[in-house]
Design a protein around this ligand. Structure first.
Ligand SMILES: C[S@@+](CC[C@H](N)C(=O)[O-])C[C@H]1O[C@@H](n2cnc3c(N)ncnc32)[C@H](O)[C@@H]1O
Length: 286
């Protein structure tokens, strides 16, 4: 449902206006904004709704109360110090929308790397049928308070395990936990193993997957290798962002693996990572 809020609208012509809401920087009007009266418009954009921003700022307050600096996430820059009541960074909006698109129609999201809970907040607020399972080593003291706040904001929809994803994901598989969506955003050097481990946690044949920071060389390699091995099919409808952009993420479908293939790939990766790298250059290899 569109939410309404008071804004100042300065018309440039009948199609474009500058909109100032007293929170974020002035914005050019989008086509979905409809004039409903003088200086009063319906806003379809969740990120400009009071409810959504108030919820985000409650989460920020829980983080800030720990007195610790906030590390990089889907809403704010690494170590940004004025995040408390700021709207999220417009530069990372495509990442947030990619996550929203990936979890649309899904019911169980597993996230590796929760940090301050911002991507969790984006996902949980976008899809009311989604439950969230977060995994984090909790190297930052604000992770647990952020999770507690999310549990309050989204009762019955938030679960969490503290610990290394390398241990927690296999434990989840042993307990027969399953998910239909995955967000890989923990330790970059563990991404390939995290993706492989998620392939044992899929509900059915496949689930949607977001891999953060595919603009980084090491992550781009993981993304390409996973595609080459048939682990991931990229989603052409949800592309990673323009080439050279700083804030990319890969969106695709993660396929369930038979145990034998999972063991083989895990062994190859553990013992001979360079072979995996070379495999992608073999003529005729897919
Ligand atoms: C980039 S932050 C995640 C940001 C978050 N997804 C967001 O956008 O709001 C990375 C997080 O991964 C966690 N992490 C690092 N290594 C990990 C591991 N081996 N297992 C689980 N979590 C890990 C860190 O503690 C940190 O909180």
């Amino acid at each position: 449902m569109p939410t309404e809020k008071r804004v100042t609208v300065t018309a440039i012509d009948e199609h474009i206006a500058i909109i100032t809401d007293g929170i974020g920087p002035p914005q050019l009007q989008w086509p979905e904004l409809r004039a409903t009266g003088r200086g009063h418009i319906a806003v379809d954009d969740v990120e400009r709704s009071d409810d959504w921003l108030q919820g985000l700022w409650r989460l920020n307050a829980a983080i800030s109360a720990t007195g610790q600096p906030l590390y990089g996430n889907l809403c704010y820059d690494d170590l940004q110090d004025d995040y408390l009541t700021r709207p999220p960074n417009p530069a990372t909006r495509p990442k947030r929308d990619r996550l929203r698109a990936a979890i649309a129609g899904r019911t169980r999201l597993l996230e590796v790397g929760v940090n301050g809970g911002h991507s969790a907040y984006v996902a949980l607020s976008a899809n009311p049928n989604l439950s969230f399972y977060g995994v984090d080593i909790c190297e930052h003291p604000y992770v647990r308070p952020a999770i507690e706040l999310l549990k309050e904001q989204f009762p019955g929809r938030v679960s969490f395990s503290a610990g290394n994803s390398l241990r927690i994901l296999p434990d989840l598989a042993k307990s027969a936990e399953t998910f239909d969506a995955f967000h890989i955003d923990g330790a970059k050097h563990l991404y390939f193993k995290d993706i492989l481990n998620c392939a044992l946690l899929i509900d059915g044949d496949s689930g949607s997957l977001i891999v953060d920071d595919t603009q980084l060389r090491s992550v781009a390699w993981v993304w390409r290798t996973s595609i080459r091995y048939g682990l991931i099919r990229p989603d052409p409808e949800n592309p990673p962002g323009p080439a050279g952009a700083n804030d990319q993420s890969g969106s695709g479908i993660l396929r369930a693996l038979p145990q034998w293939k999972w063991r083989l790939m895990t062994r190859i990766h553990a013992n001979f990572p360079p072979l995996v790298a070379r495999a992608r250059n073999r003529p005729g290899s897919k």
